[in-house]
Write a protein that binds this ligand. Structure first.
Ligand code: HEM
Ligand code: NAG
Ligand code: NAG
Length: 386
């Protein structure tokens, strides 16, 4: 019995077919300027979020948190996942650090118990890590004299990104249990997975191949080049996903994470001011009441992304899209093609289906531009290169 189980385990380990997205090239860069994303001559995406970068400005990590404890127990149906990239394996730390995944989950559970919004931050962190230099924990690197402008200080990440403390807590526990073994890049992806599990009441549940290495390069300009701003239209969004090996279905499915968390007013103020956007007038009125007319760095409150179920990772987002009750142009853009509108309607209508699609897409995203021992390391401290 045990023998069979271990043979099955080995089978999973050997399952190492190549997934296209994992090897997608990064080098299709748009030319960047500070606070602005300009098109490269070769790239279709065009236009730039001029003016405010629109990612929010106020370092309000301790926003009021409902006291919901993360759900425990239950027997979720695990979503079968696409095969990992060549160097990654399911259960990667089974021998080298058996409690690894548990320790991360524990840190995430603790954080979410205090503030579910941190879970939203962790899901977003996985995205912002993977789209810039691949899923290599480059987002975690602090500024240094040698590298004063890393990804972390870029408009898309600062001051809106949250959850760094959870990664630190998980890494500290991991270093205590098995020093030098578990990469920060894997911690980021595990943490997002666990946050999705808790915030979805265990409906989003997936195994994650691991073995990522941590990068040594982190540049603000890369973040500006590769992270799509909320002002993007559909073709710009599709292109920004395409350069990372993700397709239009992934775009629609992953956008569903805007069913949790918050946004700073500056990220959507263009849509609530005049002239009116296609936003539901009722929502626009509510937002006008919550936001200053001209949010700036020192006056930039946050609002819930999904007013119906703000702390629940569910398909409510798609109902909101259909009703024009979403914050960003990039959300509303999903209705601007027949294909994406159909998928939105589908995700809104068919209960339980989106959760499985989301799990698969998160795994696919976690394989973008993976580093190995030749171009990465296992960081001792997630905030600094070794
Ligand atoms: C499709 C292009 C996307 C755009 C333009 C976009 C843009 C944004 C913006 C502007 C915010 C608000 C930040 C703030 O002002 O505080 C936000 C929040 C968020 N985004 Fe996205 N996003 C996109 C895709 C994604 C993806 C792929 C994921 C995850 C898989 C994701 C997860 C989140 C989450 C969970 C939040 C809430 C974060 C928090 O509460 O701290 N987004 N997004
Ligand atoms: C999206 O915006 C770009 C740049 O402004 C523009 O060239 C393109 O035609 C737009 N696409 C759609 C579908 O509106
Ligand atoms: C930000 O906006 C507030 C009012 O909304 C204003 O009082 C303040 O001076 C502004 N700060 C900056 C730095 O522009």
């Amino acid at each position: 019995m045990q023998k069979m189980a271990s043979r099955l385990g080995v089978g999973v380990l050997i399952l190492a077919a190549l997934l296209g997205s994992a090897t997608a090239q990064a080098g299709y860069g748009y030319a960047a300027e500070y606070g602005k994303i300009a098109p490269s001559p070769a790239a279709a995406p065009e236009g730039a979020p001029t003016g405010s970068p629109g990612y929010g400005g106020y370092p309000a990590d301790n926003a009021a948190a409902p006291a919901a404890a993360p759900p425990q127990g239950g027997a979720p149906a695990e979503t079968p996942v696409p095969p990992p990239a060549p160097t990654l394996r399911f259960g990667f730390y089974r021998r080298s650090c058996p409690p690894a995944e548990y320790l991360v989950k524990h840190a995430v559970a603790n954080a979410i118990r205090n503030n579910p919004g941190i879970g939203a931050g962790l899901i977003r962190m996985a995205f912002h890590d993977c789209f810039v230099q691949g899923c290599d924990a480059s987002i975690l690197l602090d500024p240094t004299p040698a590298n004063p402008r890393p990804e972390k200080v870029s408009g898309p990440n600062f001051p809106s990104m949250r959850g760094f403390d959870v990664i630190d807590a998980a890494k500290a526990a991991l270093e205590k249990a098995c020093p030098g073994v578990v990469s920060c890049a894997d911690v980021v992806q595990f943490a997002a997975r666990d946050a999705a599990f808790f915030l979805s009441d265990s409906r989003v549940s997936y195994k994650l191949p691991a073995g990522r290495f941590d990068g040594r390069v982190s540049l603000e300009t890369d973040a500006l080049n590769f992270l799509p701003p909320p002002s993007f239209n559909l073709s710009e969004l599709v292109d920004s996903f395409k350069v990372k090996g993700l397709d239009i279905d992934d775009l629609v499915v992953l956008s569903g994470s805007h069913s949790v968390g918050r946004s700073h007013c500056s990220s959507f103020s263009d849509r609530v001011s005049t002239p009116p956007s296609d936003m539901d007038p009722g929502l626009a009125t509510v937002l006008k009441g919550q936001c200053p007319a001209n949010p700036n760095f020192t006056n930039d409150p946050t609002v819930a992304q999904d007013v119906i179920t703000p702390n629940r990772l569910d398909s409510q987002y798609y109902k909101n899209v259909l009703r024009h009750k979403v914050l960003f142009k990039s959300d509303a853009a999903l209705l601007t093609s027949r294909q994406t509108a159909r998928e939105v309607a589908n995700n809104a209508a068919v209960r339980g289906k989106w959760e499985h699609k989301f799990a698969r897409a998160m795994v696919k995203m976690s394989l973008v531009e993976i580093k190995d021992a030749t171009n990465g390391e296992i960081r001792n401290n997630c905030r600094v290169v070794n």
